[in-house]
Write a protein that binds this ligand. Structure first.
Ligand code: DGY
Length: 326
């Protein structure tokens, strides 16, 4: 019997073909609209495998409807959209796609850092809106990147790759992480510091940590008040890690200088969100890993994880390892 799987969005052909060789596939065909909850609730009852994106909320209520589900394969490295504990209790495997998106996401983080520091979006709009009357000494001046201090909160794979880029710009690299990474300190010349020191001494504070109950609102009013008035906050991890109301206030009253945000607490962010009214905020629509090559690799890796699970193997990128022992 071929396993039945449901895919919650149109995915790259190579990944779809891979899955179709082994499984009976049903797929939500819309490109721009997430699968409605009601459809997911109906589909999940009869399938062996679910292939989903970070736009789907795979909570306990949904998982409770599943009668024979073996795996939820998330096409993302982050899996805060899935109630992993609930899945584990039901013996459902959860998988993710680490590794393949590391460099692409580090690239985007550095791009966002430079774009924010040098006011690139503002400068481009300035020209196109017909405001460029003459060259003048302090027009659209920003912050230097070379030689500045970057503070990386969360030194996982992407954090380390970001550090490599920063070193190329002769930056002093501070990091804070649950555990020290002494090897990386030696090979990359990084400095481990406590959280508050990182906030106080960094010109660029980069949020690179996973989103968990512990990291919710990790950057709030207190943390922003510790940062330099010339500091720039960069977040390419998850929106909920930064308290958006506190960030708005800090940017508006000059507590910090600017922010570059690829992620928001609620996505897509509403166009009337206060942060979108500020000129010192650069915003992107969650495109950290969005290169053609990387998104294709992520889709294929999620396909491999799914196939492994529904054919009785232990998936390579199993998040809840305890399930494989049940
Ligand atoms: C992830 O994988 O978690 C990103 O946010 C999307 O690439």
């Amino acid at each position: 019997m071929r396993p039945n799987v449901y895919i919650t969005r149109r995915i790259p052909q190579s990944a779809l073909e891979k899955i179709s060789e082994v499984c009976n596939v049903e797929m939500w065909e819309e490109e721009d609209i997430p699968v409605p909850r009601a459809v997911l609730e109906e589909k999940i009852e009869e399938i062996d495998g679910l292939y989903c994106l970070l736009t789907e909320n795979i909570d306990e209520t949904l998982l409770n409807r599943a009668k024979k589900l073996k795996v939820v394969s998330n096409m993302a490295v982050g899996y805060n959209n899935i109630d992993v504990d609930a899945a584990s209790r039901k013996g459902i495997m959860v998988t993710n796609t680490p590794g393949v998106l590391t460099e692409t996401t580090a690239d985007l983080t550095f791009v966002l850092l430079m774009t924010t520091a040098r006011r690139i979006v503002e400068a481009s709009d300035f020209l196109r809106n017909g405001n460029w009357k003459t060259w003048s000494p302090m027009l659209l001046t920003g912050q230097d990147v070379f030689g500045a201090t970057i503070g990386i909160i969360g030194l996982g794979r992407i954090g380390e790759s970001l550090a490599k880029r920063a070193k190329g710009f002769d930056m002093r690299v501070l990091y804070h992480n649950r555990s020290r990474k002494e090897e990386a300190e030696k090979t990359l010349g990084l400095e481990y510091v406590d959280f508050d020191t990182l906030l106080k001494e960094s010109d660029f504070v980069c949020v690179m940590t996973p989103y968990t109950p512990e990291t919710r609102n990790l950057i709030g009013e207190r943390e922003l008040s510790l940062m330099k008035s010339t500091a720039i906050l960069i977040n390419t991890a998850r929106g909920g890690i930064v308290d958006e109301a506190a960030l708005y206030k800090a940017l508006k009253d000059g507590t910090i200088w600017a922010a570059g945000l690829d992620v928001f607490e609620e996505e897509p962010v509403k166009l009337n969100h206060p942060l979108l009214t500020l000129p010192n905020v650069v915003t992107l629509p969650h495109i950290g890993s969005a290169s053609i090559k990387t998104r294709t690799l992520m889709a294929e890796l999620a396909a491999t994880n799914l196939i492994q699970a529904v054919t009785g193997q232990i998936p390579t990128h199993l998040v809840n390892k305890e399930v494989s022992n049940q």
